[in-house]
Design a protein around this ligand. Sequence first.
Ligand SMILES: *Cc1c(COP(=O)(O)O)cnc(C)c1O
Length: 340
Amino acid sequence: MIDLRSDTVTRPTEAMRRAMAEAAVGDDVFGEDPTVNRLEEHVAGLLGKEAALYCPSGTMTNQVAVFVHTRRGEEVLLHEGAHVFNYEAGAPALLSGVQIRPVPGENGILSPETLRAVLRPENVHFSRQALLCLENTHNAAGGKVYPLKDFAAVAEEARVLGLKVHLDGARLFNAAVAAGIGAREWCRHADTVSVCSSKGLGAPVGSLLAGDEETIGEARRARKALGGGMRQAGVIAAASLYAFEHHVERLAEDHERARRLAEGLREAGYVVESPETNIVLVGVGDDAEGFLGALAREGVLATPAAAGRVRLCTHLGVGDEEVERAIEALARARSEMTRR
Ligand SMILES: *Cc1c(COP(=O)(O)O)cnc(C)c1O
């Protein structure tokens, strides 16, 4: 099987497993795990922030951020396709007691104008607005890079309006590598940033939340309250550290393979948007589930996406040969669907 469902399906490499086996450990709740401490310092440095906090998942880093930036009854503004809103099990309501204001925008991008359009003045009727969440790359939009200029503009508008800004950067390094811009350039415009080592970077587990010392101190308390305080976590943190040290530049290979995949599928008659990073959205018509079944019989796994499309994701476990075989499998699945 060629598994293109997500860049989360990668297995740790041999070298990564060695780093895990050899990791120095201690009790991280006491702040004594040297590998976790190194990881947190390393990622804070990559993102240009004072401090970082290691968490089990990107859902936890995002939700810890929502928790520390808001009070109950307040409102969080985000794009209507945001992961924080759609794919985190209702956690903003469940854990922070906040309400969500989904805002529309092309390719996951919010403009200062759309932000002003949903502004609530101080009035006894209105929820107070506390936080703007932005996402880069934007998952539901197909791995789109948030242009730095647009990001800076909307973040600046948020600041003027008195909102904190959180960046869901689960795939921030894909954006950085694709745009040839350092990750910290986006981070400069955000109070907190979440990054995942378990997506394209290929670690089995682990995300980090970065920000200033004070905010990350609060986040550390919130993580403990949510049950995310870990003990000898160095054995898994070592995989994340390895990923940040060795697997960032190679994301360019995933992007190149996504481009080749899109090109081959276009030649096979598909309507495909040109991918900016490692996610390819392919038009398959009304019966996406039927198509995915046919595709699985041809040896390729993918996931459904909005608007009659399926999502294919390139990653560490997919080489050039797998890409060519996937193109052939999709071509066969297409003829099977038209024969029906
Ligand atoms: C994957 C992802 C997350 C976090 O997911 P976890 O599975 O909880 O690690 C957050 N935001 C985006 C945009 C993602 O793609």
